[in-house]
Design a protein around this ligand. Structure first.
Ligand code: AOF
Ligand code: ZN
Length: 352
């Protein structure tokens, strides 16, 4: 086989199919793992399967695409030697929470792999070399810019040695989370509440400031619509020096024994890096939901550590009361933290 980096592609077929794969990548949720898409194409150019990664713990995009072909009939009857697998990211070669994609590709007998961006993580990368050594034709770097941009914040979190950070805001139209007297119950519409519990189920850890832990006395558990506990629970974290009251609900032991930690620091990057070294459910913490309050959120925004935002606005104007995010040191518009609207998950606001 001939190995080439971005070979001539006069008909633009590689780029056209890679665009489809990038589109598929966006169907997954952001978090511990990158967004990845994969498209399997027959020798005649027919799209056989479109796959995507659904987040940490789920199948990788390559296996998601290959599984559809295997499920479509007798596995042995599908000859993929002339087929091409397009992947937005270099197929992994490591055993993480999922087995290596390189093994799935070789087992399926796929003749050619075309991918976008190299995997920036040392343990997962190197899949292209493994495939080439096994005789698979590998083309790299097709639309590598856009394929990489999809995961720019994920890659940045990895570089900074910290978990990916999601923030969920539920606020009034004028950006407040409580009225002047502190009442705040009204703000949580059922749609916003359901969504926050869905996020709590897929993250590794949830974090609030010690002031919020005292004032709101939250449980910080992931609950199902009927109020019962979900099967997966995040590690619960309190950031700050104020000690947590003995009677705090967050302290209450649960039968499953999920713990909580206090991070006695006011530096958000340090808190995140410490969390990244903790194992929860057998895996390092790689995705954190920061729930508030406004001072803690301000500290994370000030250091540009928020990778993704889901914002819910209740149709209310309060005029006074705590704003959702405190002072982040921005004094002129040019310094604003800017976010881009993302298509996934009901048009919530996410950074790209
Ligand atoms: C791929 N295809 O769809 C994804 C990849 O814990 P794991 O096993 O899910 O591994 C996560 C790592 O694998 C992640 O950090 C990234 O390097 C790569 N993600 N690779 O071939 C995929 N999601
Ligand atoms: Zn993989």
């Amino acid at each position: 086989p001939v190995d080439v980096v971005c070979p001539p592609d006069p008909a633009g077929a590689h780029e056209q199919t890679m665009r489809l794969a990038i589109e598929a990548a966006h169907r997954g949720p952001r978090g511990a793992n990158p967004l990845v898409g994969a498209v399997l194409v027959s020798p005649e150019g027919e799209v056989l399967a479109v796959g995507h990664h659904r987040g940490a713990g789920h199948l990788h995009a390559e296996r998601d695409a290959l599984r559809q072909v295997a499920a479509g009939g007798d596995h042995g009857a599908v000859d993929l030697h002339g087929a091409t697998l397009y992947c937005t990211l270099e197929p992994c070669r490591h055993h993480g929470r999922q087995p290596p994609c390189t093994e799935a590709i070789l087992e399926a007998g796929v003749g050619r792999v075309v991918y976008g961006a190299d995997d920036p993580t040392p343990d997962a990368s190197g899949g292209a070399a493994v495939l080439r050594a096994a005789g698979v034709e590998v083309v790299s770097g097709v639309l590598s810019g856009p394929a990489l941009a999809v995961n720019n914040r994920w890659a940045r979190a990895r570089r900074e040695g910290r978990p990916f950070v999601t923030v969920h805001l539920a606020q009034s139209l004028d950006g407040r989370i409580a009225a002047a007297d502190g009442t705040s119950q009204w703000i949580t519409s059922s749609a916003s509440r359901l969504h926050t519990h869905r996020i709590r189920r897929r993250i590794d850890a949830i974090l609030v400031g010690s002031n919020t832990a005292e004032v709101d006395d939250p449980r910080l558990t992931a609950r199902l619509p009927d109020g019962t506990l979900a099967d997966r629970q995040p590690l619960r974290c309190v950031m700050g020096r104020r000690p947590l009251a003995e009677r705090a609900r967050l302290r209450q032991g649960r039968p499953e024994g999920d713990g909580w930690v206090q991070l006695r620091t006011h530096d958000p990057l340090e808190a995140l890096q410490r969390l990244g070294a903790i194992e929860h459910d057998g895996h390092p913490v790689r995705h954190v939901l920061v729930e508030g309050g406004s001072r803690v959120l301000a500290a994370f925004f000030a250091q540009d550590l928020v990778d993704e935002i889901f914002a819910y606005q209740a149709p209310l104007i309060l005029g006074a009361g705590a704003s959702s995010v405190g002072d982040i040191g921005v004094t002129t518009l040019a310094q604003a933290r800017r976010y881009t609207r993302d298509q996934a998950e009901g048009g919530a606001v996410r950074i790209l």
